[in-house]
Design a binder for this molecule. Structure first.
Ligand code: SF4
Ligand code: SF4
Length: 216
């Protein structure tokens, strides 16, 4: 049998790292178990590890998955299957800017990002600068590309925006305006929804959406 998590789950997160099969994940409201991956810990431990650690005993057997011991063993992913799983994450979004110093001032002084690294490429006549709210090993960041001498770009209508979470979108707009930034949509609930958003523009008119934490 596979196991399942009931509505009594308090989202404490202690079970997820204990699962040897990666069967537990955070669902929309509570943690959930993928019954296709759960082997009841057969092949790894004598007892289901998630049940051992759950503080509220909300992980019973799943009534719809009545599997024999052999069938459970057959479900255990092989080492090669595990190794073939790709781990990916978003590293950065690159935008081309027409005045690097202006853009750096906007992203660091006005938005509070850090300049993480900057590289000059004289042979290719371009400069790359990476800005973000934290180290690239933990955060997705923005790559500013400055092609020496390029002062305008044809932006078309395909690019949308970069979104940034803020604690308070109203205060963020006031702060950005006080520092000389441009707010093009004041903070407030989005149309037909309750998420509080605002839009600003960087020096090249790239749109940045501010989304208030806890409202989406
Ligand atoms: S019983 Fe074992 S395999 Fe199944 S979800 Fe819990 S920890 Fe993972
Ligand atoms: S240990 Fe129990 S309460 Fe905590 S996340 Fe897992 S199922 Fe939910």
């Amino acid at each position: 049998m596979a196991l399942m998590i009931t509505d009594e789950c308090i989202n404490c997160d202690v079970c997820e790292p204990e699962c040897p099969n990666g069967a537990i994940y955070q669902g929309i409201n509570i943690y959930e178990i993928n019954p296709q991956l759960c082997t009841e810990c057969v092949g790894h431990f004598d007892t289901p590890q998630c049940q051992e650690v759950c503080p509220v005993d909300c992980i019973p057997l799943h009534p719809d998955y009545n599997e024999s011991q052999d069938e459970l063993i057959f479900k255990i992913p092989s080492t090669s299957e595990r190794e073939s799983e790709l781990t990916m994450r978003v590293l950065h979004t690159m935008i081309r800017v027409s005045d690097l110093e202006k853009s750096l001032a906007f992203y660091t002084d006005i938005l509070g990002m850090k300049l993480l690294r900057r590289h000059e490429y004289p042979d290719g006549k371009f400069t790359l600068a990476f800005v973000g709210f934290g180290d690239e090993k933990d955060h997705a960041v923005i790559e500013l590309t400055y092609n020496w001498g390029m002062t305008t770009y044809d932006k078309g209508n395909a690019f949308g925006h970069v979104a940034i979470e803020v604690e308070d979108a109203y205060k963020a707009c006031e702060s950005i305006k006080a520092k000389g930034g441009k707010v093009i949509r004041e903070a407030g609930p989005m149309q037909h929804g309750s998420t509080v958003i605002a839009f600003i523009e960087d020096p090249d008119s790239y749109k940045i959406e501010l989304i208030q934490a806890g409202t989406f």
